[in-house]
Ligand binder design. Structure first.
Ligand SMILES: NC(=O)c1ccc[n+]([C@@H]2O[C@H](COP(=O)([O-])OP(=O)(O)OC[C@H]3O[C@@H](n4cnc5c(N)ncnc54)[C@H](O)[C@@H]3O)[C@@H](O)[C@H]2O)c1
Ligand SMILES: CC(C)[C@@H](O)CC[C@@H](C)[C@H]1CC[C@H]2[C@@H]3[C@H](O)C=C4C[C@@H](O)CC[C@]4(C)[C@H]3CC[C@]12C
Length: 369
């Protein structure tokens, strides 16, 4: 990619490009990557909105494919200069089996790496997750930590296990020789809880509140802080990391970066109310309305019901032992590593991020009526 930006037009591939984050990455590339000549959007489920993107100056190629199919990945990667790999199974609610989560998140990532090596693609940005670090199974808080903070990353749940393994594969692949003899350059970005337009869990909370007459009931102490980051800023960090990865390969290659912005540190529920409150919902209780032991019991009951009902119907409520433990453990980051390494600054202020999200929730809610 050493030629001048104006001369050479580059080919980018975004896996998972029709997902919550992926769509924002696709749109951000089209708006803010002047070197883009072709944008390949690879996803198991292609969105109809892709058609509207095909009228612009950049060639947009929609590829329906499965990252677990190595040949489909290789065909999509062949000829790409940069791969942004966001495709993944984001499931902490027991919808997919542990085997499927591993197959998509780990084997799918392995397939992307091998495709880069075989076809000569040199730059790979991987969407990792805060969950690679924690919260751990011991409930240890991670308070305003950074990429160098010592923390016992202990996981049992299939999702964080799969993200940790996939991230390790990506970082270990840094420096491997690709077809053509040059080294592969990789980095991994670790978003905390992403919010913004398209966040389905936020929409589910809103609809749950509407069903309960405008009320949501506090389950987590307000003192438990959870890091959150606006999807537009996560997308921007991906675009910037992909752009700088060649020029700063020695510094960025094999590195991890938390995704951060100016979103305030709050409990998961209080943070959600920044958007659900202006949409008419109220969070009942200054303290959790139920004792923690009862929440633990209800979460375990949900897990039992899910297991019993699985042959008949998928029962996957928000509350389960894992989501309760995560929600109840402080996990916030405070870092500027991405700023130091590749000049990242959030593109959207907290105020702008909040306004955009509120407008989306209102639209999503009205469509639910
Ligand atoms: N949502 C968050 O809060 C969050 C936080 C940190 C990291 N992440 C990571 O960001 C990435 C995107 O997450 P998201 O929240 O946008 O999830 P999402 O489910 O909205 O998007 C994932 C996309 O990947 C696609 N996909 C899934 N399996 C596939 C397969 N086998 N082959 C091809 N495409 C496949 C899906 O169709 C979907 O479009 C994931 O890797 C996730 O681990 C998400
Ligand atoms: C029912 C209550 C206890 C309610 O408060 C549960 C909230 C729970 C569904 C969410 C609390 C924390 C969320 C996770 C966190 O934001 C980070 C994540 C990492 C990302 O890679 C995937 C999503 C997630 C696991 C996210 C999922 C929902 C929560 C567990």
């Amino acid at each position: 990619m050493a030629d001048s930006a104006q001369a050479q037009k580059l080919v980018y591939l975004v896996t998972g490009g029709c997902g919550f984050l992926g769509e924002h990455v696709v749109r951000m590339l089209l708006q803010r990557e002047p070197r883009l000549g072709e944008l390949r959007v690879f996803d198991r489920h292609l969105g109809p909105w892709l058609e509207e993107l095909k009228t612009g100056p950049v060639r947009v190629t929609a590829i329906q494919g499965d990252v677990t199919e190595a040949h489909e990945v290789a065909a999509a990667v062949a000829g790409a200069h940069v791969v942004i790999h966001t495709a993944g199974l984001v499931d902490v609610f027991g919808r997919a089996s542990p085997e499927t989560i591993h197959e998509v998140n780990v084997q799918g990532t392995r397939n992307v790496i091998e495709a880069c090596v075989q076809t000569g693609t040199r730059f790979l940005v991987y969407t990792s997750s805060m969950e690679v670090v924690g919260p751990n199974t011991k409930g240890h808080p991670f308070y305003r930590g950074n990429e160098d903070t010592l923390y016992e990353a202990v996981h049992r749940h299939p999702y964080p296990c799969s993200k940790a393994l996939a991230e390790r594969l990506v970082l270990e692949a840094n420096g491997r020789e690709v077809h053509g003899g040059l080294p592969l350059v990789t980095c991994a970005l670790r978003p905390t809880g992403i919010y913004g337009e398209g966040h389905q869990i936020m929409r589910d909370f809103y609809r749950q509140g509407l069903r309960l007459g405008g009320w949501l009931f506090r389950a987590i102490p307000a003192s438990v802080e959870h890091g959150r980051v606006y999807v537009g800023n996560v997308a921007w960090m991906h675009v910037l990391a992909a752009r700088e990865l060649e020029r700063r390969a020695a510094l960025m290659g094999g590195q991890v970066y938390f995704c951060y912005d100016g979103s305030p540190y709050k409990s998961y529920e209080d943070f959600n109310m920044e958007f659900l409150g202006p949409c008419g919902l109220q969070l009942v209780g200054a303290r959790p309305l139920l004792p923690y032991w009862l929440l633990v019991f209800l979460a375990a009951l949900n897990a039992l019901l899910q297991w019993l009902l699985r042959p008949l119907v998928l029962y996957a409520p928000l509350l389960n032992p894992y989501t309760l433990a995560v929600a109840n453990t402080t996990f916030t980051v405070s870092t500027n590593k991405a700023q130091r390494h590749f000049g990242y600054e959030p593109l959207f202020s907290w105020e702008d991020s909040r306004t955009r999200t509120i407008l989306w929730v209102q639209a999503a809610g009205s469509s639910a009526q």
